[in-house]
Write a protein that binds this ligand. Structure first.
Ligand SMILES: NC(=O)c1ccc[n+]([C@@H]2O[C@H](COP(=O)([O-])OP(=O)(O)OC[C@H]3O[C@@H](n4cnc5c(N)ncnc54)[C@H](O)[C@@H]3O)[C@@H](O)[C@H]2O)c1
Length: 350
């Protein structure tokens, strides 16, 4: 049986471990590495197999894994990937891959030079809602995309420092940027404004509270992506992506629902229904909607797809290999650059 190892036994590592425990029919849970020994030891206990390490080189030497999940914070990438590639080990790496695009480029090219199967942590691509979303974007000419994700500040120490996490767009709402790319298409240019000073009571907080990005897509569609981490209660939480065409609109709540408005005929109209002032260009009552609900667990499917790819040697079903994940990181990094310079920035996807 192929041997699996994990580097980084923190929050997202334990999410993956929860999945791995369901895959013991196809893979041996062999090695767990974290700089904090108790974290790796707890993973061994939880897995019921394998050995704990604090040094990944020692783990690689002793375990000789066939695949590895790299689940370390954004500022820690580089050396681990290059050593993994040097040894020819296929790897799954958590988003956002790295905080330096040149570094990510070199990792991408080195992995491809060795023909390694790679994957990244964009599990939303494995949602059952992706299929109707793709169909909607294929069959309708999308004029405008409007995305909002307002949440809170994650608890990990490195998150509040933009130099360590990449900030709220790169680290957190990159899932939204990624799913827009995957289901709709590629960005060409972004212009982002951010704000600070609204998150209170977190010592040394040093990143943006909220940002608004205007995106010009390659096909001429425009969009806005508004994301924030200032929310302290569910009342301010919001998360949705609207894809709007001339006669229909779809609303995606990632891993929740995909609702298409305008597929069904409208209810009969009252005399002035839908108009603000008759004749001002506002439209009458919209058609009814069709709702698709999420089924299954996209995270499990994401991890299993990579593991099965390594076992079979066929990486074609992996929906987010390193090369593609790089493009989502580049999309978000362009927003950071625009925020820093106050200028529109072209997205360098290659
Ligand atoms: N895909 C998702 O939805 C999702 C969700 C949460 C987090 N993440 C990503 O996962 C990554 C990790 O986030 P987290 O919340 O698990 O962070 P965390 O701080 O909880 O865990 C990271 C762990 O990595 C360990 N580590 C760091 N450098 C190491 C090294 N050289 N060798 C061994 N261990 C090392 C740390 O000690 C820590 O235990 C981030 O990039 C984050 O963006 C992805």
């Amino acid at each position: 049986m192929k041997k699996l190892a994990i580097i980084g036994c923190g929050g997202i590592g334990s999410y993956h471990l929860g999945h791995f425990k369901q895959f013991t029919d196809i893979v041996e849970l062999a090695g767990f590495c974290d700089l904090i020994p108790e974290r790796a030891e707890n993973f061994v206990k939880e897995a019921g197999s394998g050995k704990a390490f604090t040094n990944y080189i020692e783990m690689y030497d002793e375990i000789q894994p066939d695949m590895v999940f790299i689940c370390i914070p954004p500022y820690c990438h580089g050396e681990i990937e290059f050593e993994t590639i040097r040894r020819g080990i296929p790897f799954f790496v958590e988003k956002p891959l790295a905080l330096d695009l040149d570094l990510a480029r070199r990792i991408r090219d080195a992995a491809e030079a060795k023909n390694l199967i790679t994957a990244s942590g964009f599990q939303c691509r494995y949602s059952k809602l992706v299929e109707p979303n793709l169909k909607f974007c294929r069959e309708n000419e999308i004029v405008f995309i409007d995305c909002t994700r307002i949440g809170g500040v994650p608890g990990v120490f490195w998150w509040k420092d933009k130099d360590l996490s990449g900030g709220q767009i790169v680290e957190q709402t990159i899932h939204q940027f990624d799913i827009i790319r995957y289901t709709f298409g590629e960005p060409e240019e972004v212009c982002t404004y951010g704000t600070r000073g609204f998150v209170k009571g977190i010592p040394d907080y040093n990143t943006d509270d909220c940002s608004v990005t205007i995106v010009k897509f390659k096909n001429g569609t425009i969009g806005t992506i508004s994301t924030g981490d200032y929310a302290t209660s569910g009342n301010s939480f919001d998360s949705k992506i609207i894809f709007s065409s001339r006669d229909k609109r779809a609303e995606l709540k990632i891993l929740g629902t995909f609702e298409v408005f305008g597929e069904k005929p409208a209810e009969p109209e009252g005399e002035n229904g839908g108009f603000v002032i008759k004749g001002d260009g506002a439209l009458g009552k919209a058609g009814g909607s069709i709702v698709y609900h999420e089924e299954g667990d996209a995270g499990i499917l994401c991890d299993r797809t990579f593991i099965e790819a390594v076992i079979s040697g066929d990486g074609s079903k992996v929906r987010s290999p390193y090369r593609d994940a790089f493009k989502s990181v580049a999309f978000t990094m362009a927003c950071n650059e625009s925020m820093a310079t106050g200028k529109p920035v072209k997205v360098e996807l290659e």
